[in-house]
Design a protein. Sequence first.
Length: 392
Amino acid sequence: MKTKKLFKKYSLNTYARCGPTFVKGKGSWLWDDKGNRYLDLFPGWGVSILGHSHPKVAQVMGEQAKKLIHLPNNLYFKEQALLAEEIAKKSFPSKVFFANSGAEAVEGAIKFSRLFGKGKRYEIISMKNSFHGRTFGALSATAQKKYNEPFKPILPGFKVAEFNNFESFKKKVTPKTVAVILELIQGEGGINIANKGYIRKLKEFCKKKNILIIIDEVQTGMGRTAKLFCYQNYQLVPDLLILSKGLGAGVPISALVVNKEIADIIKPGMHASTFGGSPFVTKVSREVFKIIEKDKLLENVQEEGSYLLKRLYTFKEKFSFIKEVRGIGLMIGLELKIKSFPIFLECLKNKLVINSTHDNVLRIMPALNVNRLQLDKGIKILEGVLDKFKTE
Ligand SMILES: Cc1ncc(COP(=O)(O)O)c(C=O)c1O
């Protein structure tokens, strides 16, 4: 049976799949089963930060697979310890828990925050239009009706403040507030960037009230914004940091990074994950850090991201249905006055993969090693597609 028919018959209908059937990828390119080549400027939904099937990553995968794939977390193995060291040294004084997905790491952050609150403080404030995942705690922190409405009631203890609005946040704080969780650039929410002044006020206030700051960098982490972690663009050190997506450049891994004060209250048995941080995924992830450094990818993100943003700004003049173009590094959104999904579909027809989010935002998140020629090609295809949606 053909792939699409198999999906229809046997896979649960949780995804709105579209486009051709892909069979192969290399760097920023993808091939379908008819041999057509596509430019992928949204590889792996932000996961494939080194592009598809990076040769060095594939090599390390092969070597590690032959050596040791999985061990339970009651035994010692060096791959996980070395990755924890790498993350702690590159972020802030911390200890690391490994899991498999963004949502799973968010769950850990919720649990450890509540532990920190000692049963007296348990409320967590999240931001309107945030996205933290689909498991129940993460879903309860996700302040977008379309995701959690069908599954109500959400968990108790979650409150929602307006993003980039310090007064709104302050109003939600009660003596029971233990933590605030936020993305510094809301991804699924439409590439909304936190203001520096807002973050400064939030930080000072939280410090005074002993409220933990959980920064969800599932999308923004691992060089996406030209800093290894997006919080490094701000004068901020999180209490808990959540990484996933690009952390494994394709292998399922997430990390919950917690400061020493929180680390000190965590005891064996309080939390666990069978697959979390296996020798296989942690070895691959360490290679990702090495490649980012060796290939100077943060510099590439800075240079190519500025170029892409500059070129896309000019679209705003040309197409009156573009409301705003915004982004940092290689995380860019075009907010439209019209629906973005048909434009995404038309790009796909024209062999360009980007993304449509939040109804009216086109999201572009290329691999960190994307080059100028590829960006120029993508910009040209996108421009041609946008031309078709012009009404005047
Ligand atoms: C900021 C953010 N947090 C959490 C998640 C959930 O990650 P996962 O789908 O791996 O559970 C996502 C997924 O897109 C995300 O963008």
